[in-house]
Design a protein around this ligand. Structure first.
Ligand code: ZN
Ligand code: ZN
Length: 412
């Protein structure tokens, strides 16, 4: 029941386009109980003088893979589950120390990792999971070489991002199984991928009937389907089938973006993934087939940001880095800033992310009743978005659920 008063700061409310006049935030037992102007005369166990710094909501990354220790998806999939869990703990801790107090995992993480964070066994962000991504045979999660016909050697290992499921009835069953196992949404692979060996970018994956059945199962459970999609054709079909969360979207065109916006979809561009792959993918074991695919999606990425912004399609912040490339996590802010306004980038990593995590009003805001996931930043991110990058170097304090993860400010 620790009460912490942060005072003498500048509150960042992501709904606005500039810092607010509010200066103090009172936290009680992990919840924000007051946001105000001037030092409030509240009783507090700790009083933190912000020294004029910015206090803002913790960042939300809506596309990560915390079980990805290696670039090679098959290598991840066959690692011992216990070893993958320890490595995931290290990956999650690093993300938290970059200021990401919530991450949405797009394939691999299980309820055990969620509970490990909640029980305080590991230091990590709030974790929103889909369980295993659903992939058709030969699809983006089919990591087998062409001559490898072993069935489903990967599905039960923590390091596997997905499972192979074909046919309407099996898809329904798989969606129900993931929901039973704690999935908060369902992930499907609806288009070719980069890091997978046998599926060109431009192929469609899953039939309309299969996608429709999975969407129905998700909606029955009051949640939604997220789809891995690059091409305009794949995105359009996903929207028509009722998919809500559109991952990547590198090759989207204006008409489809407008259609997706009208349908209430949210896109999750993940441009740093392709920068990372282009910089060091081959060094970390990316195969030649995959390397050849990178440029297609990389070159389309920046254009897609402008297309989606102009269509009014909301975008949530995502990174999608695999294995050792996760060190480039913070670089996504710089890439987005080539096209989007700083205010829009801040909203993507707070308000919009909270919607996809189904935690609107609870995270991504500084408001009474919200969880106390907070960052104290040395400066104004509206003026300099790189303050949110550089691996948390400009964050004097990081608070998750009312507890300090980092505190370079001393108690006043
Ligand atoms: Zn993907
Ligand atoms: Zn991904």
């Amino acid at each position: 029941m620790t009460r912490i008063l942060f005072f003498n700061g500048r509150v960042l409310d992501p709904k606005a386009d500039a810092l607010s006049d509010q200066t103090s935030v009172l936290v009680d037992d992990g919840v924000i109980v007051h946001v105000g102007i001037d030092t409030i005369e509240a009783a507090a166990d700790e009083r933190i003088d912000l020294g004029g710094r910015t206090i803002m909501p913790g960042l939300i990354d809506c596309h990560v893979h915390v079980v990805s220790s290696f670039m090679d998806l098959m290598k991840n999939a066959i690692e011992p589950t216990s070893l993958t869990a320890f490595r995931a703990a290290r990956i999650m801790k690093a993300a938290l120390h970059r200021g990401f107090t919530t991450v949405r995992d797009l394939g691999g993480a299980d309820i055990g990792l969620v509970q490990a964070v909640e029980e305080g066994l590991i230091e990590g962000p709030r974790l929103i999971i889909c369980g295993k991504g659903l992939s058709a045979t030969g699809g983006h999660c089919d990591t087998r070489a062409r001559t490898d016909d072993r069935s489903s050697i990967m599905a039960h290992h923590l390091g596997s991002m997905g499972r192979l499921v074909d046919g309407v009835d099996n898809c329904r069953l798989a969606a129900r199984e993931e929901l039973k196992a704690g999935a908060r949404f369902i992930k499907i692979m609806a288009n070719g991928g980069v890091a997978s060996p046998n599926d060109p970018i431009h192929v469609l994956q899953y039939s309309r009937d299969e996608i429709g059945a999975i969407v129905e199962e998700a909606e029955n459970a009051n949640t939604y389907v997220s789809a891995h999609v690059y091409t305009d054709r794949a995105i359009r079909r996903a929207v028509e089938c009722g998919v809500h969360s559109l991952e990547h979207c590198n090759l989207i065109e204006a008409e489809t973006a407008a259609m997706a916006a009208a349908a209430g979809c949210i896109a999750v561009p993940t441009l740093v993934a392709y920068e990372g792959l282009a910089l060091e993918g081959e060094r970390f074991g990316l195969g030649p087939e995959a390397a050849a695919k990178i440029e297609t999606v990389r070159s389309g990425g920046l254009r897609s940001l402008a297309v989606m912004r102009d269509a009014g399609l909301p975008m949530a912040f995502g990174s999608d880095l695999l294995g050792p490339l996760q060190k480039y996590h913070s670089m996504e802010f710089q890439i987005l800033a080539r096209v989007l306004s700083h205010a829009d980038i801040i909203r993507s990593a707070t308000l919009v992310g909270a919607r996809l995590c189904a935690l609107e009003g609870q995270i991504g805001v500084i408001a009474e009743g919200a969880r106390a996931d907070l960052l104290v930043v040395d400066g104004d991110p509206y003026a300099d978005i790189t303050l949110l990058g550089n691996d948390g170097a400009h964050m004097a304090a990081i608070v998750r659920n009312g507890a300090f993860v980092k505190n370079d400010l001393r108690v006043a």
